[in-house]
Design a protein around this ligand. Structure first.
Ligand SMILES: [Ca+2]
Ligand SMILES: [Ca+2]
Ligand SMILES: [Ca+2]
Length: 277
């Protein structure tokens, strides 16, 4: 207690700072500084990265614009050489070609409404990206995306890509084509999308491969597919379709020279000889 005249004051002492406590406080202070410096460094890095990104983006855009302008000038010059009544056609043709070369659907917007879908379809199929079909609207967009999914689904034997196809005819075609590829592995999905159709298609493929669709009980649609397939195919390359060999000539559709006399079945039929004797 301190005595000042009549007043008595008590010294107010703060909590006593032990060495351990002081050390803890120092560490906290250091950590705060480290944190602050780290935040500042991160901010600086973020600013630099963003500035570079924007700068690169601008440069890319300028480069794209420059290429577009050059293309436009070149096409304009070429169109000058077209006959007066063909200028629209020439413009569409040259822009379509430029779009395909650049694989850029933005260029397709220059070809005119009549050719737009064709231009976008070709690029989307070429690149294999259904997203590019977004440059179209309504049915044309659907057709474009379906075509890309069909192409990619068949190329990768993917039922899930087939499932994304909206038009049922294209959807069926996709499943059937994938099923044909899988038939060799006998590997249809056990259940879910495409399972039943895949199994039916493999059964049909087997019957077609054996040329036995005429003998087996299959549905009328499958029968038609089977007959069409046999009519389109000449397995032994003797000039006669499998269907004609099975149904009309009774020759071996897997043997070009059914009677082994050195003349193939097609030659014998066309020359009026008996291919079986
Ligand atoms: Ca044949
Ligand atoms: Ca034959
Ligand atoms: Ca023969």
């Amino acid at each position: 207690m301190a005595d000042f005249g009549n007043q008595q004051f008590y010294e107010v002492k703060g909590p006593e700072q032990t060495p351990e406590k002081k050390s803890r406080l120092d560490r906290r202070l250091i950590l705060r500084w480290v944190f602050l410096i780290a935040v500042i460094v991160l901010l600086i890095v973020a600013i630099i990265v963003t500035r570079n990104f924007i700068s690169n983006f601008r440069t890319d855009r300028q480069a794209e614009q420059s290429i577009f302008d050059n293309t436009a000038s070149e096409i304009e010059r070429k169109v000058q050489d077209c006959d007066g009544d063909k200028k629209d056609y020439c413009t569409s043709k040259y822009w379509t070609q430029a779009a395909l070369d650049a694989k850029n659907v933005e260029y397709c917007k220059m070809v005119g409404d009549e050719w737009l879908a064709s231009c976008v379809d070709q690029i989307a199929l070429d690149v294999g990206d259904a997203e590019l079909c977004s440059a179209l609207k309504d049915q044309e967009k659907t057709d474009c995306a379906d075509a890309v999914l069909l192409q990619n689904g068949v190329a990768t034997s993917s039922f899930s890509l087939c499932e994304g196809i909206i038009e049922s005819g294209v959807n069926n075609s996709c499943v059937n084509q994938v099923a044909k590829d899988l038939a060799e592995e006998g590997n249809c999905p056990a259940s879910g999308f495409g399972a039943d159709q895949c199994a039916a298609q493999i059964k049909l493929s087997k019957v077609i491969n054996e040329g036995t669709c005429l003998k087996f009980q299959i549905s009328s649609i499958e029968y038609e597919s089977c007959i069409d397939a046999l009519a389109d195919r000449d397995s032994d390359g003797d000039g006669l379709s499998d269907l004609d060999e099975i149904q009309i000539y009774k020759t071996d559709h897997n043997d070009a020279d059914s009677d082994n006399d050195g003349y193939n079945d097609g030659v014998e039929i066309n020359s009026g000889f008996d291919p079986l004797n």
